[in-house]
Design a protein around this ligand. Structure first.
Ligand SMILES: Nc1ncnc2c1ncn2[C@@H]1O[C@H](COP(=O)(O)OS(=O)(=O)O)[C@@H](OP(=O)(O)O)[C@H]1O
Ligand SMILES: [Mg+2]
Ligand SMILES: [Mg+2]
Ligand SMILES: [Mg+2]
Length: 344
């Protein structure tokens, strides 16, 4: 199968969601709510989830969806529901040209029902879309990196991925220049990049991207997360030292890290667990990991095993994530295993 329709719809869906997230970012009211796990969610996360699921459901009504958010707060709190609905409505009005392809949403009730289609349990069979409506919500709130991330898992394997990164520069050599890129991939067909424009433009073909293949670690740069609670930065620094990496790490939020290594801004992505009981979520890695693999890299857990997307809403068979060029991955895993020998 070519999966060209799935890729096209995924690209349109994440682009439309970014119109909403951008509007919310530039407004005073973000409607931030703290979830049970103490992490933040904003009305932009809810609005983006409704818009993306609307697009998926219109085109692939039989498919299952695993989305990070649910509509419980919106059903209880009119002061979160109403502004979210206003943003969703305005975003659809502002992107009329794609309503024919990715649909409209006609009421706050319908918006909440769409958000709640993301409850699927995941698993080894069938077609399952994994959606992170805003990955890096903390980064989004800080004005840092964030991403709208959508992956299609077919019989347990990530097969299509689209990643919109509104705050990554179009030209990495000009970090203060124009911002916003969209990356996508289909397994076996490579990964591409194009600018994320204000007016949705999905017919533009993307430019194929390739990861770097640095000859040695002395030339390599690694990226890691910003939040010290999300990955073990101390151990990451120690691994970098063991490998002979001399450059400072680049810290950024969200799957923008996968995007950066996929297009060659950086070479490695290290995400060592802060706790061996934390289960990474499939929506935090589906799209990004496929894009890195299709750009020529290897993505694994800290033991070197492939990420297993077939076991539910989390990657419970894995710990941590390592993304590296093919020629360096085995050496990185050796250093990681040495660093973690007390717990592995
Ligand atoms: N303890 C722990 N360990 C690992 N990961 C965790 C943890 N707690 C939360 N999360 C998830 O981290 C997601 C954000 O990842 P980032 O790469 O942006 O983290 S970082 O802020 O750059 O460090 C974040 O995704 P969003 O909620 O979509 O922002 C969470 O799903
Ligand atoms: Mg979250
Ligand atoms: Mg996330
Ligand atoms: Mg999220």
């Amino acid at each position: 199968m070519s999966y060209s329709k799935e890729r096209h719809i995924a690209e349109l869906a994440v682009q439309r969601a970014c119109i909403l997230t951008n509007r919310v970012f530039h407004s005073r009211v973000k409607g931030t709510v703290t979830k049970d796990d103490k992490s933040p969610v904003t009305l932009a996360d809810y609005g983006a989830q409704a818009l993306v699921i609307g697009a998926v459901n219109k085109n692939f009504p039989q498919d299952n969806i695993v989305g990070e958010e649910d509509a419980e707060v919106l059903r209880q709190k009119a002061d979160v529901r109403e502004p979210t609905w206003q943003y969703v409505k305005e975003t659809i009005e502002q992107s009329q040209e794609v309503v024919g392809e990715i649909g409209s949403i006609n009421s706050a009730e319908e918006m909440m029902d769409l958000i709640d289609l993301g409850v699927h349990a995941g698993g080894p069979t069938g077609r399952i879309w994994a959606l992170d409506p805003i990955d890096g919500t903390k980064g989004f709130l800080r004005g840092g990196q964030y991403a709208v991330c959508l992956g299609l898992i077919v019989d347990g394997q990530v097969t299509v991925g689209a990643l919109a990164c509104p705050n990554l520069p179009v030209d990495p050599k000009n970090p203060d220049g124009e911002k916003g890129i969209i990356l996508s991939a289909v397994r076996g067909q490579g990964a591409t990049l194009k600018p994320l424009l204000e007016n949705i433009c999905a017919d533009e073909p993307g430019i194929p991207i390739k990861m770097n293949a640095p000859a040695s670690f002395a030339d390599a740069a690694f990226c890691e997360g910003v939040e010290s609670g999300h990955s073990n930065q101390g151990q990451q620094a120690s691994i970098a030292k063991k490998l002979g990496i001399t450059k400072e790490s680049v810290r950024m939020d969200s799957q923008a890290k996968y995007a950066s290594v996929a297009r060659g801004d950086g070479d490695l992505y290290l995400r060592l667990p802060t706790s061996m009981t934390y289960e990474e979520k499939i929506w935090d890695h589906a799209a990004g990991s496929l894009i890195v693999e299709e750009a020529g890299g290897i993505v694994s857990d800290v033991r070197g095993n492939p990420l297993n997307f077939a076991v539910g809403r989390t990657l419970k068979k894995n710990n941590g994530v390592i993304a590296a060029p093919k020629n360096l991955h085995a050496k990185v895993i050796e250093a990681v295993k040495d660093e973690l020998k007390a717990v592995l």
